[in-house]
Design a protein around this ligand. Structure first.
Ligand SMILES: [Cu+2]
Length: 369
C-alpha cells in the first residue's frame, strides 16, 4: 500500500517484542509432574539466533517458533554514514541514459523494518542424524524520501512500500562427527528452497510525482528464487557452569533464478559463551561475523533511480554482538524452552549506499518430545 509516513516506528517495537514473549509464555501448557530424569540444562541449546546448533536423540521431535525483528535506519557507504541529500545529489544512477532516468539517485530509503516468523521442525531418525525443516513468513516495510525532478535537493514527498508473504524454507541434515566428554561436533548440510516470492510489487512515488506500482527492488523481495546449498560446521562444549560453541554456516547461490539473477553468497561465523545461573536459566554472549556478496545478473523489471535497484549495492560485512537468555522448563514443563537474544552491530562495511543495521531481536519457543 502506498501511504505517507506517520508517527514513530520505533515506539512500538519493544512493546511488540514484549507482546510476542508474553504470547509465547501463555502458549506453554501448565502441568505438574515429577522430574524423573536428569535435569535439562538451559545452555544445552545455543543462543536463539543460532540455527541448527544442536542435535536430538534417536526418535526425538522438536517444534519451534521464532519471532525475529530487524531494524535499519540511515545509510552508509562503507563504514561512513551518508545523508539522503548527499545520495540524491552525488551518487550516479546506473540506469541514467534509459528513458526518464535522471543522472543521480533521486529516491532514498531511510528506514526498513523486517518481521520474520520462523517455524521449525526437527526429528532424529538416529543418534548420528537429526533432520531439520524451517519455514518462514516475512513482513517488510521500507520508508523512502523522493527528491523532486532530475536535480537539486527539493523533497517531493515520502512513501512506504510493503511486502508480506512466505520466505524461503530449508531442509538440513545435522550429522554428528564427534561426541565425547562434553565436546560435540556436527556438520550442517542442507538446501534452501525458493518458497519466498521474488516478484512483489507496490506503489511508489517517482521524482516526477507519478505513483506507479513496479516490481520492488531486491531488498524488498522475500526469497532468493533459487535452490541454494547450505553447508556448515558446529562445535559445542560444556563444563559444569559454563558452555561455549562456534558455528560456520554458508548459503551458496549456485544458479540464476527465473528473473536472471542470483543473490550473493552468505557466510556466517559465530562463537558464543553461556553461563548457567541455575539449571533452568542461562545467559549468553555471542559474536557473529557475516559476509554477504553482491547480486550477479540483474532483474530487467527492477529499474529505478534508487540505490536498492543496483545489484552492486547489496554486499556487506558485519560484526554483531549478541546478548541472550535461555530458559529451560522442568517438571511438567520439561521439554519446553523460551529464549531471547538481541544483536547489535559493532562494525559494518556496506557496498553502498545501503541501509545500515541497527539491531535485531529474536524471541523463540521450542518444545521437544
Ligand atoms: Cu531441536
Amino acid at each position: 500500500m502506498y501511504q505517507f509516513n506517520s508517527g514513530c516506528h520505533a515506539a512500538g517495537i519493544f512493546k511488540q517484542s514484549l507482546q510476542a514473549a508474553v504470547l509465547l509464555l501463555a502458549a506453554m501448557p501448565l502441568a505438574w509432574g515429577d522430574d524423573t530424569s536428569a535435569p535439562v540444562r538451559a545452555d544445552s541449546h545455543a543462543p536463539i539466533g543460532v540455527m541448527g546448533d544442536h542435535m536430538h536423540k534417536k526418535g526425538e521431535w522438536m517444534v519451534s517458533y521464532r519471532f525475529m525483528r530487524m531494524y535499519m535506519q540511515g545509510n552508509r557507504i562503507g563504514d561512513d554514514r551518508v545523508s539522503p541529500e548527499t545520495i540524491a545529489t552525488t551518487i550516479p544512477n546506473r540506469f541514467f541514459g534509459l528513458p526518464g532516468q535522471p543522472p543521480t539517485l533521486r529516491v532514498v530509503p531511510v528506514q526498513m523494518d523486517t518481521n520474520m516468523h520462523m517455524f521449525g521442525l526437527m526429528y532424529a531418525p538416529s543418534d548420528w542424524l537429526t533432520l531439520m525443516f524451517m519455514g518462514s513468513y516475512i513482513e517488510k516495510t521500507m520508508d523512502h524520501i523522493t527528491f523532486q525532478g532530475g536535480m537539486g535537493s527539493n523533497v517531493l514527498g515520502d512513501f512506504t512500500t510493503r511486502a508480506d508473504g512466505a520466505g524461503d524454507s530449508s531442509v538440513t541434515g545435522l550429522l554428528r562427527l564427534y561426541e565425547q566428554g562434553g565436546q560435540h561436533v556436527h556438520a550442517n548440510i542442507g538446501i534452501s528452497l525458493p518458497t519466498g516470492g521474488i516478484k512483489n510489487s507496490d506503489q511508489i512515488l517517482t521524482p516526477t510525482g507519478a505513483t506507479p506500482s513496479p516490481r520492488l527492488p531486491y531488498p524488498m523481495q522475500l526469497g532468493s528464487g533459487s535452490y541454494d546449498p547450505i553447508i556448515g560446521l558446529t562445535y559445542t562444549g560444556s563444563g559444569s557452569a559454563w558452555s561455549w560453541g562456534a558455528q560456520w554456516r554458508s548459503v551458496l547461490r549456485v544458479e540464476n533464478n527465473s528473473q536472471s539473477y542470483r543473490l550473493g553468497d552468505e557466510h556466517r561465523v559465530t562463537t558464543w559463551l553461556s553461563r548457567l545461573l541455575n539449571n533452568h536459566v542461562s545467559l549468553s554472549l555471542r559474536l557473529q561475523g557475516m559476509d554477504r556478496g553482491n547480486i550477479s545478473g540483474i532483474d530487467p523489471l527492477i529499474v529505478a533511480p534508487v540505490q536498492t535497484a543496483d545489484p552492486l549495492n547489496q554486499g556487506l560485512q558485519r560484526l554483531d554482538l549478541g546478548l541472550g537468555v535461555n530458559v529451560a522448563g522442568s517438571g511438567g514443563l520439561r521439554g519446553h524452552r523460551l529464549a531471547f537474544e538481541i544483536n547489535i552491530p559493532l562494525y559494518q562495511d556496506l557496498d553502498g549506499p545501503q541501509l545500515e543495521s541497527d539491531w535485531m531481536l529474536t524471541t523463540g519457543y521450542q518444545f521437544a518430545f
